[in-house]
Write a protein that binds this ligand. Structure first.
Ligand code: APR
Ligand code: PHB
Length: 388
């Protein structure tokens, strides 16, 4: 097989890149180890920055997003039993949209299939060769056959556990990372969202988050110990803990409902630099991870491939390689801003095992400042809606 761009991974990064290239008349083949059904139903992130919404809409895949996405103009921070709203749109002119990552994936898969462009599911044994001589080949197995895909460029969009990153020789990449001493237990519940907008809650019992997917579905999270076993959390215990952490002086209570899904997400920060080696360009979770507290993971993945799509378009159309050469530096500026923001939100809102009462007082002081000072609130808001 031969194509211009070999794309490994059909998450938001790989699928969006394939779509942007198609719009520019550039051919690509998308390889995905999972099935279509699996990637379309995997429960992941759910908040789109304004820039990500604009990218989806402007590239023609935002129709359902505009119809079903829930636009939020504010976000709540709760601490010491009180809830404070940060009016994001008033402060920045922009908003966020709540729309599940798997919905973005569904829309992009549908666009790919209706364009009649190749996307191969359930491939296995994916290997990269020829990068050192600038003749990339992606070898893999598909439907019982060994296949070799020859391409000009490979886009490694295969997430944190993918293989692309490891095709880069030892010593080229530098990893910066941090793991946090807690995880998130997340549930999807058949319960109308108890609030109009998200609530990030600091409490003595640990962090809790109220989010949603639709007017009928709530998405809720609890800070739990790292490597927590979901079996330790029967539904009753989850609701009791959510109610305890989210309790407010005025007696407000969370709406409960049937728990449809349950899972534990590890919390880590990670950046691998540079995001390119020769003809291999890495994007999304393959090269950077953020803790979910800032809701930046999917947004960063989409932002990377917007830059990469434009750089590849300039290379194919005009033989320009300057945008490809600066791809990594351009993306890393946004990546590090999101790293700092996610780390900051995580540090401000969670209960850390080693924290003494002094550190808890500092967290509370910072929360009070960010919810009362327009200057500090604007900083939070502009990071949350996404810096253009
Ligand atoms: N070959 C082909 N595909 C692979 C391989 C491989 N060896 N390894 C992994 N994949 C696939 C995964 O099955 C997944 O569908 O690559 C895809 C990577 O997609 P994501 O993990 O969604 O990563 P990305 O597109 O960068 O989007 C980042 O995902 O994890 C969330 O919070 C994160 O919201 C962020 C988003
Ligand atoms: C979600 O709805 O899944 C969600 C929302 C906000 C976050 C993380 C996850 O910060």
């Amino acid at each position: 097989m031969r194509t211009q761009v070999g794309i490994i991974g059909a998450g938001p990064a790989g699928l969006m890149l394939a779509h942007l290239l198609h719009l520019r008349g550039i051919s690509s083949v998308v390889l995905e180890i999972r099935s279509r059904d699996y990637i379309e139903h995997r429960l992941r992130a759910g908040v789109l920055e304004q820039g990500a919404v604009d990218l989806l809409v402007e590239s023609g895949v935002g129709e359902r997003l505009q119809r079903e996405g829930m636009v939020h103009e504010g976000v709540n921070l709760q601490f010491a039993g009180e809830r404070h709203r940060v009016p994001m749109t008033e402060l920045t002119g922009r908003a966020i949209t709540v729309y599940g990552q798997q919905e973005v994936v569904k829309d992009l898969v549908a666009a790919r299939l209706s364009a009649g462009e190749p996307i191969l599911f359930e491939v296995s044994d994916v290997r990269l060769h020829g990068l050192d001589v600038d003749e990339p080949v992606v070898a893999f197995r598909h439907e019982g056959r060994d296949v070799e895909l020859r391409c000009d460029v490979v886009a490694g969009c295969d997430g944190f556990h993918g293989v692309s990153r490891s095709a880069v020789p030892e010593g080229v990449l530098t990893t910066y990372e941090r793991t946090y001493p807690f995880a998130w237990l997340g549930i999807l519940a058949a319960a109308p969202p108890a609030t109009n907008e998200l609530v990030y809650c600091h409490s003595e019992r640990g962090f809790a988050l109220v989010s949603m997917r639709t007017p009928e579905l709530s998405r809720l999270y609890l800070q739990v110990p790292p490597d927590e076993n979901v079996a330790a959390w029967p539904d009753d215990r989850i609701w009791a803990e959510l109610q305890a952490r989210l309790a407010m002086a005025d007696g407000w209570r969370l709406t409960e409902g049937e728990v449809l899904e349950k899972g534990v997400t590890a919390m880590r920060s990670l950046v691998v630099e540079p995001m390119q080696w020769r003809r291999l360009f890495l994007a999304g979770d393959a090269v950077h991870i953020v803790p979910p507290t800032g809701a930046k993971g999917m947004n960063l993945a989409l932002a990377d491939v917007k830059v990469l799509g434009e750089a590849l378009a300039a290379w194919y159309a005009d033989g320009r390689d300057d945008l490809l050469a600066s791809y990594s530096d351009t993306c890393l500026r946004r990546v590090w801003r999101a790293q700092h923001f996610s780390w900051w939100m995580t540090s401000m809102l969670h209960r850390f095992p080693g924290h003494d009462p002094y550190e808890v007082k500092l967290q509370l002081s910072q929360l009070r400042y960010v919810t009362t000072s327009p200057a500090y609130a604007r900083s939070l808001a502009e990071n949350y809606v996404g810096i253009p």
